[in-house]
Design a protein around this ligand. Sequence first.
Ligand code: ATP
Ligand code: MG
Length: 218
Amino acid sequence: PLLGQDVSRTYRLGIMGGTFDPIHYGHLVTAEQAFDDLDLDVVVFMPAGRPAFKQGRNVTSGEDRYAMTLLATSDNPHFVATRFEVDRAGVTYTADTLELLREIYPDNVELFFITGADAIAEIVTWREAGRIARLAHLVGATRPGYDLDRADDLISGSPYDFDVTYLEVPALAISSSYLRERVSGGQSLRYLTPDSVTGYIHKHHLYGVVPTRYVSVL
Ligand code: ATP
Ligand code: MG
């Protein structure tokens, strides 16, 4: 059934937002744990269009980040990748995205915005924090190197009424930055991200790998 179609029940929609430059097992294991622990119906992976933060760095095209996200999620029946933010022009703000989703889905669909401990600590300090609190539940996942208790202090001290669930995730001390560094240093990505993603990175010469020989068709 379509999400929200059966009016006799509520649906729980997980939203895993991120730059996903590239997606890795830290993102995937976090979403899977949220799916299980919060009894979600589905988790939507939403690569950011042009993130409001991260405007300093040269972010890989939305097209490539979406393609890698699609590859990484394709074998999981309750994961979906969406072009929702990538297709929107200009800088995308999380509150606007959540508002649009809130308009698309009927009231029996609840939104759960999934973030790691670093991201959740940032959200409560954003200009749009109040709107986010009204639109979605938050899921704060443990992430090695970041303190979830500190995030909780920030949230408790915030003037907004966040509904947060904390989530213990198998610890993977990895990040997209680390993967990018490894690629540019010629190191393997095996066991850090699905092989399909690694293949895509190499095929499209992402993250500073200069190919010695290739054939361009288009
Ligand atoms: P970058 O190094 O470019 O910032 P990243 O690995 O932090 O990349 P993002 O796309 O910035 O990935 O993060 C998307 C979401 O996934 C954030 O909510 C972040 O906290 C979470 N996340 C990323 N890596 C992990 C991890 N290893 N464990 C738990 N959560 C993670
Ligand atoms: Mg990050």
